[in-house]
Design a protein around this ligand. Structure first.
Ligand SMILES: Nc1nc2c(c(=O)[nH]1)N[C@H]1C(S)=C(S)[C@@H](COP(=O)(O)OP(=O)(O)OC[C@H]3O[C@@H](n4cnc5c(N)ncnc54)[C@H](O)[C@@H]3O)O[C@H]1N2
Ligand code: MOO
Ligand code: MG
Length: 412
């Protein structure tokens, strides 16, 4: 059993990120990974402008107050000033308005008294107060955004302001999903004795989509060698990464590892010291013939519904983030929280217990989900947003203790 952190490092080393770039509109770039460095031919701000509603003045005129000035012009945002400000003059200006030549300082209107064409400045501002200087935020030609970042609302604002159309992004990785098991039935099929709905397919597809990749569900694979071989070989032709669930433990019908080996894969991991989720197969196809499989990563997740999700959060998620072209932030986010429940574990594996993480005045608090923490109990996993980690070797963490919790992304 490989310790969890070692497994994560090993897995990340095996990932070859996608390199193909496609272009999308700014609107469609939300959630995508930027593929190239972006720069703008414009300075930000584009020109000297006012940060406040008030008066543009020459600082020398208002260094001592009260100072009376003649208002020679009005400059709303979007209008080009007509005059050059001379000593003794002011221009009425509004937020975003272009600073007129000759002016170097803004006096906010609250510090003035207006009387017809005259304005009296009552308090002396700092020199250059409330002037947004051209190029003070960014200078034309420098790098504005680097490749490998996830595009969110703030990046979209920057891309739009820089008139970056279209946006170069890495293509979304395609991730094939195979569900192995003779007992599995499709969602619409009625259940016979011993049968169970293939819920892993849907959960894994949701997680893949949530990470901005493209799930490619390839259906149920019976517990037969030939069918497993066919399904894996076919999945490799269709996807950048393949995930299967089930068939990776020690049962007589658990064929995944055997077939991977027969297909020429290198198996790097067979089990990890994690509960739930001990059986975990990680393989690559570096040495296989055929163009499709070259370098592709294969995850054989355990079939138990909770185990497969925990394995995904802990190990597939970082790999998929790296595969997508992200250059940082691959690992799951852990936060420190005070547990208000006792946390029990076997001690032989790093154990994850699911529950609710809430932000309180003094930091995070963790409450264990009620009900059995069995790897088959997907019912009480719902509405949870954190996995409390009981480290290897520990059997009990008492309520009130500080613990690490893996945050689950519930943003969708
Ligand atoms: N003798 C041992 N038996 C088992 C061990 C062990 O060390 N020695 N490990 C156990 C652990 S821990 C796990 S986890 C499971 C993992 O087994 P597999 O990955 O081989 O999965 P399956 O046996 O195919 O299925 C397990 C369980 O999950 C249900 N399942 C499978 N696929 C789906 C799906 N797509 N959707 C919903 N549920 C699914 C399946 O019906 C089984 O109940 O092995 C233990 N055994
Ligand atoms: O590794 Mo299993 O997931 O404990 O049920
Ligand atoms: Mg099994």
């Amino acid at each position: 059993m490989v310790p969890a952190n070692d497994a994560e490092t090993l897995i990340l080393d095996l990932v070859r990120p996608v390199e193909d770039i496609e272009t999308v509109t700014v609107e469609d770039s939300l959630g995508r990974v930027l593929g190239r460095a972006i720069s703008s031919q414009l300075d930000f701000p584009h020109w000297d402008n006012s940060a406040m509603d008030g008066y543009a003045v020459r600082y020398g005129d208002v260094a001592t107050v009260p100072a009376q000035l003649t208002v020679v012009e009005e400059i709303p945002a979007g209008q080009v000033p007509q005059s050059t400000l001379r000593s003794g003059e002011a221009a009425r200006i509004f937020t975003g308005g272009l600073l007129p030549a000759g002016a170097d300082t803004i006096v906010i209107q609250e510090k003035t008294q207006r009387d017809g064409e005259q304005v009296t400045v009552l308090a002396s501002p700092a020199e250059q107060a409330f002037v947004r200087k051209q190029g003070s935020f960014y200078q034309a030609g420098a790098e504005l955004l680097g490749p490998g970042i996830r595009i969110g609302a703030s990046e979209i604002a920057v891309l739009a302001a820089a008139q970056c159309v279209p946006v170069p992004v890495y293509r979304r990785p395609r991730v094939a999903i195979l569900s192995t098991g003779d007992e599995l039935v499709d969602i619409k099929q009625s259940l016979g004795p011993g049968q169970i709905v293939d819920s892993n397919r849907y959960a894994l597809a949701a997680l893949i989509a949530q990470l901005g990749a493209m799930p490619v569900p390839l259906g149920i694979v019976p517990d037969q060698k030939e069918a497993t071989r066919q399904a894996i070989a076919d999945a490799l032709t269709q996807a950048d990464m393949v995930i299967s669930s089930g068939g990776v433990s020690v049962g007589d019908y658990d064929y995944v590892d055997q077939i991977l080996a027969e297909l020429g894969a290198t198996i790097h991991i067979r089990s990890v010291a994690v509960k739930p989720g001990k059986p975990l197969t990680v393989a690559t196809f570096d040495h296989s013939e055929g163009d499709h499989s070259e370098g592709k990563l294969y995850f054989g997740l355990p079939g138990n519904p909770v185990s497969s999700l925990v394995s995904f959060w802990r190990f597939v998620q970082p790999a998929l983030r790296k595969l997508s072209g992200l250059n940082t932030g691959w690992s799951p986010t852990f936060v420190w929280a005070i547990t208000d429940s006792d946390l029990k574990a076997g001690g032989k594996r790093e154990t994850y217990l699911w529950g609710q993480l809430v932000s309180a005045d003094d930091g995070y608090r963790f409450t264990l989900a009620a009900g059995g923490h069995s790897s088959g109990n997907l019912v009480n996993l719902s509405r949870t947003n954190g996995l409390a980690q009981v480290p290897l070797g520990e059997t009990m963490i008492q309520a009130g203790s500080l613990i690490r919790v893996l945050m689950l992304d519930r943003s969708i």
